[in-house]
Design a protein around this ligand. Structure first.
Ligand SMILES: [Zn+2]
Length: 327
């Protein structure tokens, strides 16, 4: 698990991300519509940087209202599959947590509608994942199929274990035009060293959909993006309201284990600093999840916490499979 150096797996993943010079974005566009499915509304809220702490009660009111902004049937399920199963001590992921080993996963999520689906994250190939943990090639193949046939693909953030599947794929000509990256994600990917397979150059970046938004963006019935910078500049959470009435937030790597929300603790300081995280907004995001979202009955799905994801399966918020049946 930590064989090659002293840092946990997720940190090693991040350290593969180079930090080159800042380049100009190839385009910063507001997306008007994708297959008639996506509404890219201008947000009613002020720009993120203009607010002291945007993660408050009114954000929840706004997100819930925007879940109904795009007309159409709400999603019926959120499923996930992991390509890497591993474990690590809780204390590697959450400051001051016990050393209990926790199941770690590297998932992609499918928000399933009756008439198609949207993918959140894309996991990573075996080559990108390396030799840690148990790699599930069959799951990666299923995820690639899901990406090829998704109406839209979004990413919680621009780290390789979440976007490799849309940056490096034999099906890139099908997948890239369906992948909607936010401007900050593209900015980070453009800054990686030339030739990095998990980066972008300006020519490759033009193959993707690029959008810029303030704090919130409804993208489909029951689906709202929430900007959540800190772990990376382009990090975002994905709010989902299911037809059943259940609500969840796919939080990406705001925390690595759900205990980070329970305890309101971030990643260990040394880890966080090595990853160049901005801990101020992360603290606000964790507090919002703990004190506002979860008390309102909204489940927080933490990408890498396999144990917590299984708990959400048992509670009916998630399914541990993808549904690739034709609409
Ligand atoms: Zn990750």
């Amino acid at each position: 698990m930590r064989a090659r150096n002293e840092l946990p797996v997720r940190t090693r993943v991040s350290r593969q991300c180079g930090r080159g010079g800042v380049r100009t974005l190839p385009r910063r566009a507001r997306l008007v519509g994708i297959l008639g499915f996506v509404l890219c509304a201008a947000t009613a809220t002020a720009p993120l940087h203009a607010q002291a702490n945007p993660y408050n009660d009114s954000l929840l009111v706004t997100v819930r209202a925007l879940a109904h902004a795009v007309p159409g049937e709400l999603p019926t399920a959120v499923g996930y599959l992991s390509v890497v199963d591993d474990s690590s001590p809780e204390s590697d992921a959450v400051a001051d947590a016990p050393k209990t080993r926790i199941l770690e996963v590297t998932p992609a999520f499918q928000v399933r509608y009756r008439a198609g689906w949207i993918m959140v994250d894309a996991a990573e190939s075996h080559k990108a994942a390396g030799s840690d943990g148990t790699y599930h090639q069959d799951n990666y193949d299923q995820i690639q199929t899901a990406l090829r046939h998704a109406r839209l693909i979004v990413a919680t953030h621009e780290h390789g274990d979440h976007v490799d599947g849309v940056l490096v794929s034999q099906y890139l000509s099908e997948i890239a035009p369906r992948t909607m990256l936010n401007a900050a994600q593209v900015h980070t990917l453009l800054a990686k060293p030339a030739g990095d397979p998990e980066g972008l150059d300006s020519a490759r970046a033009r193959r993707y959909l690029v959008v810029d938004y303030g704090l919130v963006l409804p993208i489909a019935p029951g689906l709202v993006l929430i900007r959540a910078p800190g772990h990376t500049p382009g990090s975002q959470m994905v709010y989902v309201r299911l037809a059943s009435g259940r609500e969840l937030v796919l939080v990406g790597d705001v925390v690595w284990h759900h205990a980070g929300i329970d305890m309101q603790r971030q990643k260990p300081d040394t880890v966080s600093r090595a990853m160049h995280e901005d801990r101020t907004p992360i603290g606000q995001e964790i507090a919002w999840l703990k004190n506002i979202a979860e008390p309102a009955g909204i489940a927080a799905a933490v990408s890498h916490d396999g144990t917590a994801l299984q708990r959400l399966v048992r509670r009916g918020f998630l399914t541990d499979r993808l549904n690739l049946s034709a609409p």
